[in-house]
Design a protein around this ligand. Structure first.
Ligand code: WTA
Length: 686
C-alpha cells in the first residue's frame, strides 16, 4: 500500500493535504480500488531483511532439534504429556486436559505433585552440592547456595511459616528485594501448599494493601529495607502502613537486610533470624493436586484494577520447565542469568521454577545496572562467567544510550546465548545486543509471553531457528498461535492483525482471582472461546511473527491502523536514537497524528535539524503516512515499574489532558520534563 518513489501527482484521497505537507518526500498512494486493505486491522509497514542462522556448534548439540515441531504438531497433547513426565509426580494424572468447562481448563487432572520436589529434592538426591544460585548484593557482598542448602533453607522457612499459623490453602504476600530469601520464601509457601503473591518491592503501601486485601493474605514476608542504588527502600515501613486496619494478616516475617530502624508490633512481627534458623531443616512436602493454586500474581495492564492472575501447580511447572530447557538450551555447565525481579512473572518462571526444575545454576543480582557504575552488569558477567543472559528491551535500549564502550571494557566471552522479553525489541536494539553483547556469536531468543501465559509462547529455538531482528519467530511447540483480523479470519502472510492462541496450553492462567466474569470478558470474549492476549502482530512471508505492541496503542492515522512499534523501530533505526515512544494524538484532519518522544544516545545533542532528519528517516523506512507530526527529545520515557513504556501517559501529555493513573509509574519526575518539552515544541501541523 505504501509506494516508494516521488511522483508528485500521487496523493492520498483521504488526506488531500498530505502531498502538500510533504512536497519533497515519498508520497503515499491509496487508490479507491485498494479499499479492502484500508480496513486492515494493523498495517505491515516496517520491513526488516536481515537474518541469522543458528550457529552450527549450538545446533549440533542443542536440547531441541527441528523434529520437536513436527512431533508437537502431530500430537500437541502428547507433546505436553512427554514434557510433564519430566517432572516428579506423586500420583499420575487420569486425564490430560479437561475442557468440559471452558474457558476454565484443567490440566493433568487427578495428578498430584509438590513442585518443590521437582525443583529441589530430586536434584539433592543426585548431586546435593551443585550450586543453585550465586547471589551478588548491590554493595558487592556475595553468597552461593547449593541445592542442598536451598532445600534446607526452604524447609526451615516452611516450618517457620507453619509455626506462624500458615497452612495449605492460605495466601502469603511476599514483598522483598532480590535477596536469596525471596526465592526461599516462594518455595517455602509451595512446600506447605500455601499460595504466594509476590508484590514487587517498588510498589507503594497503597498498592501493597490493595493486593493483600484482594487475596486476603494471612501473612507477609518482607525485609527491614532493600538496597537500591546505594539507598534503602523502607519495605517494612511500607508493610506497616499498608496494614493499618487490615484484618486478615496475622503475622509479618521480617528479614534483616539493610539494618534500617523499623517499628515493631510485638504480637504480629517476627524477625527471620529469630524464627527460621532454629527450625528443622526437613519438611514433608504437602501433596498438591495438579490444579491446586500455586500462586497469584497481579498484573496491572495499563488501566483498571490490577488483575490477580491465578496459576496452578502441574501445568505451570510443565510449561516453564519445558520452555526453559528448550529455549535456553540449558546445559550442566551453563550459568544462567535472568535479570528480572521476582515480583514479575519472568522472575517466577525463569529465576525460580524453570531453572530449578532443570537443575540449573543461576545468578541473582540485587541491585540496579548503574550501581556503582554503568558497567555493573558487564562486570558481573565477567566475574561469574555468565553464559546465558535473559533481559528486557528497556535495559538494552538504556545500554545503547550509555554507549558500547562500557561492555567493550569487560570480558563477555563466556556468553553463548541471549534472550529478550517484555516488549517488542526494535530491530536496531536487537542488532546492538547482537553486536556489542553477543559479539556476533550468540543467538538471540526474543521470547513473547505474558503473566497470563505463564511460560514462553512465541520464540525462536536457538539450535533450530534462523532469527530475524525484531521478530519473535514462531510459536513454541505445542502452542497454537495465529494472526487474525477484526472478524477473526486468519490474515494472509505479509499482513498485520491480532494475535490469538487457539488451543489451551498447560501453563495458562486459570482465572482472575475472585472474578470469573472478568476472566471470560478480558480474554475469551473478543473471539468467542479463543484466547485473546491483546497484542497486535504481523506475519511475514516466511510465517514469522512480529509482535506490534498492545492493540490499545494502535494509532489510526488517515484511515490507516499503524502500530506504535513500527514507527518506534524506524526512529530507533536512526544512529542518533536510543529509544522512542510514539502515540496517536487527536487531530482534526487525520483522526490521529503521530506524536513522538525520543531519547538520544548520550553522545548526541538534540537540535531542530535532527527533528527534520528523523521525520524523513521514518518516511524512508516505512512511508510518509508514519511520519511523526511532532518530535520531542527527552532524557527518558515514562515507564511502568517493570520497564514497559507507558504510552497512555504520553497521550495524556500530548493532548494536554490531566494525567490518568500514575501509580504504576516508576520514574514520575520524567513526566514534568516531558510536559515542558511538549509545551516548548512546535509540531509540523502548527
Ligand atoms: C509484551 C512479560 C513483544 C506484550 C513476560 C505482552 C512482548 C506483555 C514480548 C506481557 C516480546 C512481552 N515481544 N512484546 N518478546 N514479551 N511482551 O505480563 O505486550 O509483564 O502482552 O509478561 O508484554 O507483559 P507481562
Amino acid at each position: 500500500m505504501i509506494l516508494s518513489g516521488s511522483s508528485e501527482g500521487v496523493s492520498n484521497p483521504l488526506d488531500p493535504l498530505l502531498g502538500a505537507r510533504y512536497p519533497h518526500s515519498l508520497q503515499i498512494s491509496v487508490f479507491a480500488d485498494e479499499g479492502p486493505q484500508m480496513s486492515e486491522t494493523i498495517e505491515n509497514l516496517f520491513q526488516e531483511g536481515r537474518s541469522f542462522p543458528p550457529p552450527e556448534a549450538l545446533s549440533r548439540d542443542a536440547n531441541a532439534s527441528a523434529e520437536i515441531y513436527q512431533k508437537a504438531a502431530a500430537d500437541p497433547q502428547g507433546f505436553w504429556v512427554e514434557e510433564a513426565k519430566q517432572l516428579l509426580w506423586s500420583r499420575p494424572w487420569d486425564q490430560v486436559l479437561d475442557d468440559s468447562k471452558a474457558p476454565f481448563y484443567r490440566w493433568f487432572v487427578g495428578g498430584t505433585l509438590n513442585v518443590t520436589e521437582s525443583c529441589l529434592d530430586r536434584h539433592v538426591a543426585t548431586n546435593p552440592d551443585r550450586i543453585a544460585f550465586h547471589w551478588e548484593g548491590e554493595a558487592g557482598d556475595s553468597r552461593s547456595l547449593s541445592y542442598q542448602q536451598l532445600l534446607s533453607e526452604v524447609c526451615r522457612c516452611a516450618n517457620g511459616l507453619k509455626q506462624m499459623g500458615v497452612a495449605k490453602g492460605d495466601t502469603v504476600a511476599i514483598y522483598m528485594g532480590m535477596v536469596p530469601e525471596i526465592v526461599v520464601a516462594m518455595l517455602a509457601c509451595a512446600r506447605i501448599g500455601a499460595a504466594h503473591s509476590v508484590i514487587f518491592g517498588g510498589f507503594s503501601a497503597d498498592s501493597l494493601r490493595d493486593r493483600i486485601d484482594d487475596c486476603a493474605c494471612k501473612a507477609v514476608i518482607t525485609q527491614d529495607g532493600s538496597w537500591r542504588r546505594g539507598s534503602v527502600v523502607p519495605l517494612k515501613k511500607n508493610v506497616d502502613d499498608s496494614l493499618v486496619g487490615q484484618q486478615t494478616v496475622k503475622s509479618v516475617l521480617v528479614l534483616k537486610r539493610a539494618g534500617n530502624e523499623v517499628d515493631w508490633q510485638q504480637d504480629r512481627d517476627h524477625w527471620w533470624h529469630d524464627v527460621i534458623p532454629q527450625q528443622d531443616d526437613t519438611c514433608c512436602a504437602e501433596v498438591m493436586d495438579s490444579e491446586d493454586l500455586l500462586f497469584i500474581l497481579y498484573t496491572s495492564g495499563s488501566t483498571g484494577k490490577p488483575k490477580g492472575i491465578v496459576h496452578t501447580c502441574g501445568g505451570y511447572l510443565t510449561g516453564v520447565s519445558s520452555t526453559f530447557r528448550n529455549v535456553f538450551d540449558i546445559k550442566q555447565d551453563d550459568l544462567f542469568w535472568c535479570t528480572a525481579d521476582c515480583g514479575w512473572i519472568t522472575g517466577h518462571s525463569y529465576i525460580v521454577y524453570g531453572p530449578l526444575a532443570n537443575n540449573a545454576t543461576s545468578l541473582i543480582y540485587e541491585g540496579t545496572p548503574d550501581h556503582p557504575e554503568q558497567d555493573r552488569w558487564w562486570k558481573l558477567i565477567e566475574k561469574y562467567r555468565v553464559s546465558i543472559l535473559y533481559t528486557a528491551p528497556t535495559a538494552i535500549r538504556t545500554f545503547m544510550k550509555w554507549g558500547e564502550s562500557l561492555p567493550a571494557g569487560c570480558d563477555l566471552t563466556s556468553l553463548r546465548l541471549l534472550g529478550s522479553v517484555g516488549e517488542p525489541i526494535n530491530p536496531e536494539a536487537w542488532m546492538w545486543y547482537h553486536e556489542h553483547i553477543g559479539q556476533q556469536r550468540c543467538p538471540i531468543v526474543d521470547t513473547w509471553w505474558q503473566t497470563e501465559t505463564g511460560s514462553i509462547m512465541i520464540t525462536p529455538l536457538p539450535g533450530v531457528t534462523t532469527t530475524k531482528p525484531g521478530s519473535a519467530a514462531t510459536a513454541y511447540p505445542g502452542i497454537d498461535a495465529r494472526v487474525v483480523d477484526d472478524e477473526g479470519t486468519e490474515v494472509q502472510r505479509g499482513h498485520g492483525g491480532i494475535l490469538v492462541i487457539d488451543s489451551p496450553w498447560p501453563s495458562m492462567l486459570r482465572g482472575i482471582h475472585g472474578d470469573p466474569e472478568r476472566y471470560r470478558e478480558v480474554y475469551w470474549s473478543r473471539y468467542d472461546g479463543i484466547y485473546f492476549p491483546g497484542d497486535g502482530c504481523k506475519v511475514d512471508e516466511d510465517g514469522y511473527l512480529w509482535l506490534l505492541g498492545r492493540v490499545d496503542d494502535v494509532m489510526l492515522v488517515s484511515g490507516h491502523n499503524i502500530s506504535t512499534t513500527e514507527v518506534e523501530s524506524a526512529l530507533v533505526d536512526h544512529p542518533a536514537v536510543a529509544e522512542a515512544a510514539v502515540v496517536g494524538r487527536t487531530d482534526e484532519r487525520t483522526g490521529q497524528a503521530i506524536a513522538a518522544f525520543v531519547v538520544l544516545r548520550s553522545s548526541v545533542k538534540g537540535h531542530d535539524d535532527l527533528i527534520g532528519e528523523l521525520r524523513n528517516h521514518v518516511a524512508t523506512k516505512i512511508g510518509p503516512i508514519a511520519k511523526p507530526s511532532s518530535i520531542v527529545f527527552t532524557p527518558d520515557l515514562p515507564k511502568t515499574r517493570s520497564g514497559k513504556i507507558m504510552r497512555r501517559l504520553l497521550k495524556d501529555i500530548s493532548e494536554q489532558r490531566k494525567l490518568g493513573d500514575v501509580t504504576t509509574l516508576a520514574n514520575a519526575d520524567i513526566v514534568d520534563a516531558i510536559r515542558d518539552g511538549v509545551s516548548g515544541s512546535s509540531s509540523e501541523d502548527q
